[in-house]
Design a protein around this ligand. Structure first.
Ligand SMILES: Cc1ncc(COP(=O)(O)O)c(C=O)c1O
Length: 441
C-alpha cells in the first residue's frame, strides 16, 4: 500500500473509532448531566459561606474598591489605609511609568495581537528583556503574559517523567501546577530545611535523570527568605538545577533591589533559572525568566505559555521597562526601613509575626479562619485594609492577616496599623467560640 493509501485507511479507522465512543460514554453519564454544585470544592466553598452568613460575618473578598493614592483606598465607599497591595515600590502610582504605558498604547495598541513566534518581534519586547537581563546581571531574559503561566509552562518544558522536582513546602501554587503538568516526580521538602534537602538528594539523586529545586526569594505568606548560598552548594553537589521565584523579592531585597542574590551575596549566574513577575514591584503585569542564552533560546521554542500565547502587550512591557529604570537605592532603602519598622513595632506590641524577616511582607497569625476574617472586617471598620489568609491557603490554625508594607507608607501609618491590629486581636478574645456555635447550629 502506498503511504497515502495507508494514511487514508488510518484516518478512516480513526473516524470509525470516534463514532463508536460517544455511545459507550453516554451510558456512564448521570441522568441530569453534571452539576457544578456537586463538586467537592464547591460544597466546601458553600459551607464556608453559610458559616459566615450564620455568624453574620461579611466576606472580605471581592470588595468594591477604588485605588486613589496607593496608600489610601476607597472600599465600599469608605476610606482606608492600604496594606494589601503588592505595589512595594509605589511604581504603579508613578507618573513616568503611567505616561510611558499610555504612550506605548497610543503607538502600538493595547494588544500584541499574536504570539511573538508567528507575529514577529516588536522593539518593546527585546528592550524589556535586555533590561531584565541587565538588572539581574545574566545573559538573557524572556517575558510572558502572566507570572502564573510562566511558572507552569517553564517547569513543564524543562522536566518530564524521568525527572525529579523538589519544592519547598510553602511554594506558590503556580510552581506546584507546573510540576504536576510536567509529569516529573514531585517531592515537597520542609520549609527552608536545607539539611533535609541535602540528605534526601544524597539518598535518591541516582534514581532520576534531571533534578530541579524550586524555592521563592521571599515567601509570600510568611515573609521569610531561603538560604541561597547553601542551596547553590547543594544543587552543585548533586548536579541539580536551581530555580528561584522572585515574585516578591525583586525590587524588595538587596541594597539596590536586585533580589535574593544581592541579599545573600551570591553570584546571580550561579542560579540557573530566575523567575519573576512584573505585577508586584514593577507596577505592571506579566512574568519573566532570566538566565543563560541557551535557557532562553530553548524556552522561546518550548515553553507553551510563550509559544502558544500572545506576546506581552506594549503598555505592560514598556511600563515594566520604565519601572526597572526607576528602581534605585533610596527607594529600596525606604521600603526596607518601612518593612523593618513594621516588624519591630508588631513584635514590640506582642503580635505573633510568624517567620517574618521584615521585608515588605509580615503576617500576623490569628489562628482559626473565622477569627482572621472577623479581624480583617473589624480592621476595615477602623480604616485599615489588610486581607485574611485562611485555610486551605495556609494550614488550619495558621490563619492570619497579611500586611504588605510599601515604600509609600509613613512610620505614622505603620504605628496606626499596629495599634489598631493589637486592639482588634484583643477584642477577639472576648468573642464567643463561633466555630463551636456554627458546628452546633
Ligand atoms: C510567588 C509567586 N509566584 C508567582 C505568582 C504569579 O504571578 P502573577 O500574579 O504575576 O501571575 C505569584 C502571585 O502572586 C506569587 O506570589
Amino acid at each position: 500500500m502506498s503511504d497515502t493509501k495507508a494514511l487514508l485507511a488510518r484516518l478512516r479507522q480513526n473516524r470509525a473509532n470516534r463514532n463508536e465512543q460517544p455511545q459507550a460514554a453516554q451510558q456512564d453519564l448521570p441522568p441530569d448531566g453534571f452539576d457544578f454544585t456537586t463538586l467537592p470544592d464547591y460544597k466546601q466553598m458553600s459551607m464556608q459561606r453559610a458559616a459566615g452568613d450564620l455568624a453574620g460575618i461579611a466576606s472580605p473578598f471581592f470588595r468594591e474598591t477604588s485605588d486613589t493614592s496607593g496608600v489610601s483606598i476607597q472600599i465600599d465607599g469608605q476610606e482606608a489605609l492600604q496594606f494589601a497591595s503588592y505595589d512595594y515600590l509605589g511604581l504603579n502610582q508613578n507618573q513616568e511609568v503611567r505616561s510611558s504605558a499610555a504612550a506605548a498604547a497610543q503607538k502600538w495598541g493595547v494588544s500584541a495581537t499574536a504570539s511573538r513566534l508567528v507575529g514577529g518581534e516588536r522593539p518593546y519586547h527585546p528592550a524589556l528583556e535586555q533590561a531584565i537581563a541587565d538588572f539581574y546581571g545574566v545573559e538573557s531574559a524572556l517575558a510572558m503574559v502572566s507570572g502564573h503561566a510562566t511558572n507552569v509552562s517553564v517547569i513543564a518544558a524543562l522536566v518530564g517523567p524521568k525527572d525529579l522536582v523538589l519544592i519547598d513546602s510553602l511554594i506558590h501554587n503556580s510552581v506546584s501546577d507546573g510540576v504536576r503538568l510536567s509529569g516529573a516526580a514531585r517531592l515537597v521538602f520542609p520549609h527552608n530545611d536545607t539539611d533535609w534537602l541535602n540528605w534526601k538528594l544524597t539518598e535518591i539523586r541516582g534514581n532520576y535523570d534531571k533534578v530541579l529545586i524550586v524555592v521563592e526569594g521571599l515567601y509570600s505568606m510568611d515573609g521569610d527568605t531561603p538560604d541561597l548560598k547553601t542551596l547553590v552548594d547543594i544543587k552543585q553537589r548533586h548536579g541539580a538545577w536551581l530555580m528561584v521565584d522572585e515574585a516578591h523579592s525583586i525590587g524588595v531585597l538587596g541594597a539596590s533591589g536586585r533580589g535574593i542574590s544581592q541579599h545573600c551575596e551570591v553570584d546571580p549566574k550561579a542560579v540557573e533559572i530566575w523567575m519573576g513577575t512584573m505585577s508586584k514591584s514593577l507596577g505592571s503585569s506579566g512574568g519573566f525568566i532570566a538566565g543563560s542564552d541557551a535557557l532562553i533560546d530553548f524556552l522561546r521554542f518550548k515553553a507553551a505559555g510563550f509559544v502558544f500565547s500572545v506576546g506581552l502587550s506594549a503598555p505592560l512591557a514598556v511600563a515594566a521597562t520604565t519601572a526597572l529604570g526607576l528602581i534605585n537605592r533610596p527607594l529600596v532603602e525606604k521600603l526596607q526601613e518601612n518593612g523593618a519598622y513594621f516588624l519591630a513595632q508588631a513584635k514590640a506590641a506582642g503580635l505573633d509575626v510568624g517567620l517574618s524577616e521584615g521585608a515588605a511582607i509580615t503576617p500576623v497569625i490569628i489562628g482559626d479562619s473565622l477569627g482572621a476574617v472577623i479581624a480583617a472586617n473589624r480592621l476595615l471598620v477602623r480604616g485599615i485594609n489588610a486581607l485574611p489568609i485562611i485555610f486551605p491557603a495556609v494550614p488550619e490554625k495558621q490563619a492570619r492577616l497579611r500586611f504588605f508594607v510599601t515604600a509609600m507608607h509613613s512610620f505614622a501609618d505603620i504605628d496606626r496599623v499596629v495599634t489598631e491590629t493589637t486592639a482588634v486581636i484583643k477584642e477577639l478574645e472576648d468573642l464567643p467560640d463561633l466555630a463551636a456555635m456554627i458546628a452546633s447550629a
